[in-house]
Ligand binder design. Sequence first.
Ligand code: 3H9
Length: 685
Amino acid sequence: MSPISTRKHGDILIVTSNNPPVNALGHAVREGLVAAVAEADGDEAVKAVVIVCQGQTFFAGADITEFGKPMQLPMLPTVVDIIENCTKPVVAAIHGTAFGGGLEVALASHYRVALPSAKLGVPEVKLGLLPGAGGTQRLPRVAGVEKALEMAATGNPIGAVEAHGLGLVDRLIEGDLEQHAVAFAEEVKDIRPIPKSSERDDKLAAARANPQVFADFRKANGRKFRGFEAPEKNIQAIEAAVAKPYAEGVLDERRLFMELMTGRQARAQQYFFFAERKAAKIDGIPEETLPREIKRVGVIGAGTMGGGISMNFLSAGIPVTIVEMAQEALDRGAGVMRKNYEATAAKGKMTASQVEGAMGLLNPTLDFDALADCDLIIEAVFENMDVKKEIFTKLDAICKPGAILASNTSYLSIDEIAAATKRPQDVLGLHFFSPANVMKLLEVVRGAKTAPDVLVTAMQLAKRIKKVAVVAGVCYGFIGNRMLIPRQMQAMQLLLEGATPEQVDRVHVEFGMPMGPFQMSDLAGVDIGWHRDPNRIENIRDALCAIDRWGQKKGAGFYDYDEKRNPSPSPVVQGIIDDFRAKAGVEKREISDQEIIERTLYTMVNEGALILEGGFAQRASDIDVVWVYGYGWPVYRGGPMHWADGEGLDKIVAGIRNQLSRLGGDFKLSDMLVKKAEAGEKFTR
Ligand code: 3H9
């Protein structure tokens, strides 16, 4: 049965799509839309058409699962042209998300009405694409060039109220969408000529007179778009809309769309779209498992981590009891949270009353027993097993039955922590990434005894607080930090052999990482995990810490920093490196950029394979989600495992073997990686 059905209401033809979950514009939908327009054209009794969708949303875009397969006709660009050329006025009735191809259908319709809660956007750029069904040509004509540029190149949607202000939505509907859309269609059914987006050019005039807008836009967003191919091609397509007649502009759009579609970045970004959604699925848990109810969250520790974690819940409207040992620390923690919220409000992203609303849900206290009525308690104190065990023993004594007990540990064994309680089934790890109120990743650490409903609760809660959760098993550093270890070790070793911090960092930044290993170390604190004995100097890091070079916070780390925190190469650090090299009897040599990639990134891929081998990640794509959301791995490279697949696993193995003598005695080559390389298999896709 076609997902598109039609029925008449008086002289209005109502065309309804029912293609769950998001009314993606797959083949059957496209065919159905073409047939519906033909029906309207061929039926004299029909005076206008309303297109409306059932379920949670208006068309959320082309069906991404069809990409990369032979496309079945009619293609979407043809469908939208057929809609625009309908001889009766077509009204798109929008709710939910009119995204991508969905907005293109709406733009080809002659009128758009929407619920105020609807969102309109062209997120194709996030899939490494551009709106390829006339969107780059029609959107600037309807919403104006500047708005179209912003929407297409960033992929961020706008709300229906803003869209109404721009003329992208003709009328906001309060109440029953379909009923009001039909009434609207009645009002416009006789208006001639029928207004067509492709024939307008009033909103192009300003950019035609001042093509500088494009250069300005590129300049303003250069940093944000660094490394990505799609934003630039979105800009070029809109430039074509301004510079050329519609018929020529769409040809440019098609060419640019195909260039992107056949490229490696689009493949990686589309892969990642599904990887992110797959991460939410937990292996080996019955689908009917119900989550526990979380009405109040407790957080132990009001430091940077505890405060950031609390903010996630407060922002989602979930009350938080935060516990500290001393009033001063408690006040400081609450003060920082308030300041963070106020900074968000100052940027216009929150209202003053929302700030008060969030802070009003916070219950700061010195009384540990106040955690007794919390449904989930997250411990966020410093990394010390004895301290954590003591806290969990206390929690076990006071928390209500069924409460979930979580640790925010980055490295320590959840099983050992759980063993300090009589309810290990209620214990798990919730590893937030710093700054916890900003970073999207949440590693959900599944202990040997963690109950299925505890895991399900964690995954659902993650969604509620807008995090992307990935399940990890209990191993040192879980997924993310465990893979960081070989990278940092090799980066440090490379310094001894002749590379400089600047060179190693540059290679990583050119690869697309937001910063290199040494820049990251300086930002996070060189002293993190340091043994704190200035007389025990066993490596370069110890030497830096011993002379207070703890990173940006001290104005010195692997780099020197000025008052504005601008880095410059440090002769002191170079001296330390030279000393260590001499002591270790290592000969200085020229290090190639390729060697840096092989030593730091190939070894990470190998560690990822070891994690999979050990069953500490459910699937390779979960590892990629961790690295994109936790460490800023460039999404256009898909994540380390997807990137390795693209490079060729045989190349990765050969590169590692090539470096084997330099990787250190502890290095272990993954059997899984070798076997996959030999069999010509991949980790992902
Ligand atoms: C495009 O339109 C190209 C055109 O310009 C040109 C063509 C020539 N297709 O995200 P959720 C699945 S490109 C297929 O968890 P939410 C998704 O995988 C497209 N499947 O829900 C998931 O499946 P599962 C431009 C899709 O409520 C399920 O639906 N459009 C598609 O949190 C639920 O998804 C976009 O990029 C799709 N287009 O969020 C929009 N979309 O249950 C992409 C979703 O098996 N989509 N699925 O895991 C979204 O942004 C969000 O899904 C949306 C709903 C906001 C709509």
